[in-house]
Every structure is written in C-alpha cells, then in structure tokens.
Ligand binder design. Structure first.
Ligand SMILES: Cc1cc2nc3c(=O)[nH]c(=O)nc-3n(C[C@H](O)[C@H](O)[C@H](O)COP(=O)(O)OP(=O)(O)OC[C@H]3O[C@@H](n4cnc5c(N)ncnc54)[C@H](O)[C@@H]3O)c2cc1C
Length: 409
C-alpha cells in the first residue's frame, strides 16, 4: 500500500466534513475541558452507522460463539479472527482516527480507551453473559468505558507496584485501592479494573484479577477531571475504592497468561493506534506550517524563503512520510491477519509519538508569537501530542520493550 484508495478517500472526506461541521465549532469548549466528548463521539457513530454496524457484528459474533460452545456450529472465534484480520475495516478505523487527531486528539483517546481497551478486554475475556451485560453498550458508545491499571505508586511498573487488592469473602470479592490518570474515569459507566488477589502471598507474586465495575457501586468514587497540560477533550481522573463488593459474575476470565497477558495484548493495539494518531497531528501541523510559511512576510519576502524555515518543513515532511509508512504497513499487516509483536508495536509508538511531538513543537516555532496563541491551533496540538510520549507506556518503556526483544533473539 503506497496510498489510500479512492474508496478510502471518500470515507476520509465524509469524516472530514463531519468534523468541520460538528467538532471544529466546539474546539474551544473541548480544549477548555468544558465539554465532555461523549455526545460528539456518539454523533460520529450515528452519522456513519458505526453503532448499528457494531450492534450487528456483536450479535453475529455472540451467536457464533454460542453455537461453537454448544458444538452446533462453526468455530465462531476463528471466524471472528479472520474477519478482523481481513482488514476490510482497517482503513475505516484508521482514517477517522487520523482526521480527528488533526483537530482534537483527545476525542480519539476517549473513544479508544472506551472501545479498544474497556470493551476490547470484556469481549476478549468475558463470558457470553458478561459481553451481553457490558460489551454491547460500550461497543455502540451508548455507555462510556474506562480501563484502570495505573496507580499513584505504580505507573511504568504497573503490575509489580500494583497495590489495589481483592479479598475473597464468601462468594464475593472486597476490592480496595486507588487508580490515577484514568481516561474517562470521571464519566465512565463501566470500569475494567485491575487488582491483585490478596491471598497472603508476597504482593509481587500475587495473581492479577480483572473486574468489571459499574458507576454508582457502593464504595466506588470517581473524581472530577484532573487539570492537565493538554488532551483536554479526553477527561482523565482518579478512582477510589473503599470495600467495593463484587460478585464473581464481575470477574473476567484470566485466560492464557492471566490478567498480565490480557493487559499486554492491549498494549499492542494501543501502541499501533498511536501511530495513526501521530500521523493526524503531523499532517495538520505540516499543512498549517506550509500555509503560514507562504503567507507570512518579513524583510520583504515570505518566511518560506528562509532556509531555516525550509529545514523545519523538510523535517516535518520526512516525519510525515515515515509515520505514514508505518500506518500503511500496519493496515497491510491487518489485512494479512498478522499482529505486530510487542517490540514492533513499541517501535512504532516510540518513533511516531516523538515525531508528532517534535513536529508540533516546530510548528509552534515556525509560527512565532502566533504559534504560542491558541487561535492558530498548533500550540494545542503540541500540548496534546506530548501525551503520546507518556500514556500507553512512556518512551523509555518502549525502549526497554524493543531492546528486550532484540537481546532475547
Ligand atoms: C493523558 C493520560 C491518560 C492516561 N490514561 C490511562 C488509562 O486510561 N488507564 C491507565 O491505567 N493509565 C493511564 N495513564 C497512565 C499512563 O499509562 C502512565 O502515566 C504511564 O505508564 C507512566 O507511568 P507514571 O506516570 O507513573 O510514570 P513513572 O512510571 O513514574 O515514570 C517516571 C519516569 O521514569 C521513567 N522510567 C520508568 N521506568 C523506567 C525504566 N525501567 N527505565 C528507564 N526509565 C524509566 C519513565 O519513562 C518516566 O520518564 C494515562 C496517562 C496520561 C498522561
């Protein structure tokens, strides 16, 4: 794949028109954190029929899984894998991400965590009943999901330092602990919550359990949105659990490798997605920078004639080509049914996140004082893009994952 197909471009243009009509007029309210993003995301879903597609695909998947479980039909899981791998939707999922990130990357974070991480985990690890109970409403965006691992004392060392616990009391679990930096935390209806089974073993050796919690459960407190540097269209908050009682019906299956492995599988999806997000930021900053370099005149000439400005534009174009190639490669891999290794996904994320952040900061520089002003939008993209180097594993953690893989061969 060296370029988007005509069909892809039609999708892109339709999404672009919708963003211009629905998102751009609300950008200031979103960036001020005054407007939660969820109604806009639901609007996107309804406009493009994504909610109905999600509903239809959910029911057909569950039907096949039930048939497979009762031995009366074909292997639903295998079929689903093939459908996902078929990549028919790869462009359809990437293009809205890229286009939204040109304007408000936080919308993609909020949507990605709810769908990819919260719903994704339930759909991978849940029983049919759990999928019906929580999965469908998340997949159609009727409800908002959060995915909670990070704690005040365990960020990069997510599992090792995890202190949230679940203690078995009779048929129930009693959960205690707190989480921080949780995307959608303040508004989430459904929370996929990671903690350790308190069974008297050394905390580092304890089993990781994954629960699905509902807003309003006694003992569960969801904070207000935290104030932060950027990504204001994605609310981030804290969760506090004080003796929250959860039945075994809320516990997701550990699956092969347990809760740790389940979370790691999500890292791959999330990291590959950051490349598409980065491409949106880079394309927008480059476009705005070229326009500005042609229109801003100093010393009787446009600033685009200065070689130092040309160097900035040239570096932005190099970044755009590289990140676009990573995204195209990812689409091709999806079509071929291949999942990137953790090292590949980490390399994609490391490079793309740094490129997006550097390009956006250089755009601010190219715009001079105007670049520092909100009206010109590049400062918002620079603040937003910085988050790409931190969440889903910091740059430094991507380095350790890539190196560990290289050294283990
Ligand atoms: C906007 C945003 C949204 C987020 N959303 C979610 C969410 O929805 N759910 C969730 O669970 N979490 C979420 N997070 C948390 C995010 O995953 C963590 O912030 C991230 O993993 C880093 O953890 P930390 O902040 O505790 O930093 P720390 O782990 O304390 O790291 C501090 C510094 O030490 C470096 N460091 C750590 N370990 C090493 C090492 N081995 N070698 C070298 N350097 C190292 C780090 O790279 C960093 O520079 C979000 C964070 C942000 C900013």
């Amino acid at each position: 794949m060296i370029e988007w197909s005509d069909e892809d471009l039609m999708i892109r243009d339709a999404v672009r028109d919708w963003i211009e009509a629905e998102v751009r007029p609300n950008l200031d309210a979103l960036d001020a954190g005054e407007m939660p993003p969820y109604d806009l995301i639901r609007g996107l879903y309804k406009t493009f029929g994504m909610d109905e597609m999600a509903r239809a695909s959910f029911h057909s998947r569950l039907k096949k899984e039930r048939a497979a479980a009762s031995g009366t039909g074909e292997d639903g899981a295998a079929e689903d894998g093939a459908a996902e791998a078929g990549g028919g939707n790869a462009s359809m999922t990437m293009l809205p991400v890229i286009e939204l990130c040109k304007v408000a990357p936080g919308l993609v974070s909020a949507m990605g965590v709810s769908l990819g991480l919260a719903a994704g985990t339930i759909m991978k690890r849940g029983t049919a009943e759990q999928k019906e109970r929580w999965g469908l409403d998340l997949l159609t965006m009727e409800k908002v999901g959060a995915w909670a691992i990070t704690e005040p004392d365990s960020g990069s060392d997510a599992f090792g330092g995890m202190q949230a616990t679940a203690r078995k009391v009779g048929d129930e679990y009693v959960i205690n602990g707190s989480k921080t930096f949780i995307t959608n935390g303040p508004y989430a209806d459904t929370i996929v919550f990671y903690c350790k089974l308190d069974d008297g073993r050394d905390p580092r050796d304890r089993e990781i359990l994954t629960f699905v919690l509902d807003r309003g459960m006694p003992g569960l407190d969801q904070s207000r949105p935290l104030r932060k540097m950027g990504l204001h269209s994605s609310p981030t908050g804290e969760l506090f659990l004080d003796d929250v009682r959860a039945g075994a019906d809320r516990l997701l299956a550990a699956g092969a490798g347990g809760g740790r492995e389940s979370a790691k599988q999500n890292f791959v999806t999330e990291r590959a997605g950051v490349a598409a997000m980065s491409l949106g930021v880079i394309e927008e900053c480059l476009k705005l920078s070229v326009e500005y370099a042609k229109s801003r005149e100093l010393w009787g000439q446009r600033i685009g004639d200065f070689q130092l400005i040309q160097l900035k534009l040239a570096k932005m174009e190099v970044a755009r080509l590289n990140v676009q190639n990573l995204v195209f490669r990812h689409v091709e891999m999806q079509k071929a049914g291949r999942t990137p290794t953790l090292a590949e996904a980490s390399a994609m994320k490391l490079y793309s996140a740094q490129a997006a952040s550097e390009v956006a900061m250089e755009a601010v520089q190219l715009f001079g004082g105007n670049g520092y002003m909100s009206e010109y939008r590049v400062e918002q993209l620079a603040r937003d893009a910085k988050s790409f180097q931190i969440y889903a594993g910091t740059d430094e953690i991507q380095v350790t994952h890539i190196a560990r893989d290289l050294l283990s061969r």
